[in-house]
Design a protein around this ligand. Structure first.
Ligand code: ATP
Ligand code: MG
Length: 405
């Protein structure tokens, strides 16, 4: 008995009142785009569910891709049979049989869109329930939290039956919150911040600062590969590389070492904000977690954040490193992030950065820098590319390598 359709249930969209239609449209568009390789699919959205008709496409592959789409609470593979109670009985017995365990509890939940069908929902529940009880022993009906919930839906074009419900990715459809710039280093934290922002509906563009020849092409490639990992949740992500060498050299020359980190961060934030404004972004995201390092104390954040009034979102702000690492492992960015290619902050890192920088002092020191020219030069050198999930140039990790043999 073949799975003919996947039934997708929306997540939080249901709380969105008038915006509901917009959220659903966005989810439908994101789903179409993520599943575009399956050309025979028919994806129809209605008020409370999305129906994906397979038309011969492989259910397992489609369901694996569905797991990466934000805004989906859960989904069920569905079997379609003709409009006859005998066919429905057969299908229900077949599907229950796959899950049968002794003393299992179950219930049948019927919905009826076709009100002219010869049986109503109560009758169908009873007929199909008795069929299960007669076919399997010992089983019993239980309304509250049964082991198996058999869902039957009588529509105009057939009877649809499902017994499995698989968890979706949760969150909100990407794009419903608008666009934001993710400051993406090559580290563990910022990709996780990007993932969490996307999960709440933000479309991200990645901004990466690099300082050749102090940082290697491999460090740049690593940031691109991390972007490719994040692109799994959307179609593709714009990657914006910003040349940062001139600024770092100027800071090295003119700024006292204890303030170089604060001023470096201010320059990064200024540049990201300019790029954001040019590209119609509404926010900036970074991977800061309170107290993790010197630049992530509240004093530092205050001194750094002063260059912009745009919201700087810090999805990791209250998370411990271990929690961040578990998410990095789940989204498969951890192994890549711990590869030892230096990024521009590490290379120029002062030995004793100030954990409590004074804004007055920062402003005095910045008088020594020609900030406008430095910013304009860096902006003139940015390169923008589109990165999709398949673009990863990642070398085979040990485990993948071994599994080839
Ligand atoms: P990460 O693991 O994300 O590198 P971190 O713990 O190493 O974070 P920092 O190096 O202090 O922390 O960086 C804090 C944040 O600043 C990063 O999470 C990232 O958002 C941003 N950032 C740091 N370096 C870069 C860079 N080269 N390009 C873009 N953003 C950067
Ligand atoms: Mg870092």
């Amino acid at each position: 008995m073949q799975i003919t359709e996947i039934l997708v249930r929306y997540g939080e969209l249901s709380t969105k009142g008038k915006n509901r239609k917009y959220f659903i449209k966005k989810l439908q568009r994101n789903t179409r785009s993520k599943l575009k390789q399956y050309q025979n699919l028919k994806i129809v959205a209605n008020r409370d569910r999305l129906h994906i008709t397979l038309n011969g496409e492989k259910a397992d592959a489609v369901m694996e891709d569905l797991e990466d789409i934000f805004g989906i609470q859960n989904f069920s593979p569905v079997v379609k049979v003709g409009k006859s109670v005998e066919e429905a009985k057969k299908a229900v017995v077949h599907l229950v049989g796959k899950h049968f365990k002794e003393n299992m509890t179950f219930k049948i939940t019927t919905r009826r869109a076709d009100h002219n069908f010869e049986y109503d929902t109560n009758e169908l529940n009873q007929i199909l329930g008795s069929e299960v009880e007669e076919s399997f022993q010992p089983v019993s009906v239980q309304m509250k939290k049964p082991d198996l919930d058999v869902r039957v839906e009588v529509r105009l074009d057939g009877i649809f039956i499902s017994v499995d419900t698989l968890p979706g990715a949760g969150g909100l459809p990407i794009g419903t919150a608008g666009k934001g710039m993710l400051m993406l280093s090559g580290g563990i934290d910022s990709p996780v911040a990007g993932y969490l922002a996307m999960r709440r509906g933000v479309e991200i563009e990645a901004v990466h600062f690099h300082s050749p020849p102090y940082t290697s092409p491999k460090a740049l490639q690593k940031a691109k590969d991390l972007t490719a990992k994040l692109a799994r949740y959307t179609n593709e992500i714009k990657f914006i590389e910003v040349p940062f060498t001139e600024i770092q050299e100027a800071i090295k020359k003119h700024v006292p070492e204890s303030y170089s980190m604060t001023i470096t961060r201010r320059m990064m934030l200024r540049l990201t904000d300019r790029i954001r404004a040019d590209r119609n972004g509404l926010a900036i995201m970074n991977g800061e977690s309170l107290g993790q390092v010197a630049s992530q104390t509240l004093d530092s954040m205050m001194a750094i954040n002063q260059v912009t009034s745009v919201p700087v979102l810090r999805p990791l702000i209250s998370m411990d490193k271990n929690d961040i690492i578990s998410i990095a492992e789940k989204i498969d960015t951890f192994e890549l992030a711990i590869q030892p290619y230096e990024d521009c902050c590490t290379v120029f890192a002062p030995s004793k950065p100030k954990t409590k920088p004074k804004l007055k002092k920062v402003l005095e020191i910045e008088e020594e820098l020609d900030i406008k020219t430095l910013i304009d030069n860096a902006l003139a050198g940015i390169k923008i590319s589109s990165i999709s999930h398949e673009d990863s140039s990642e070398e085979l990790s040990n485990s993948e390598f071994q599994s080839l043999f």
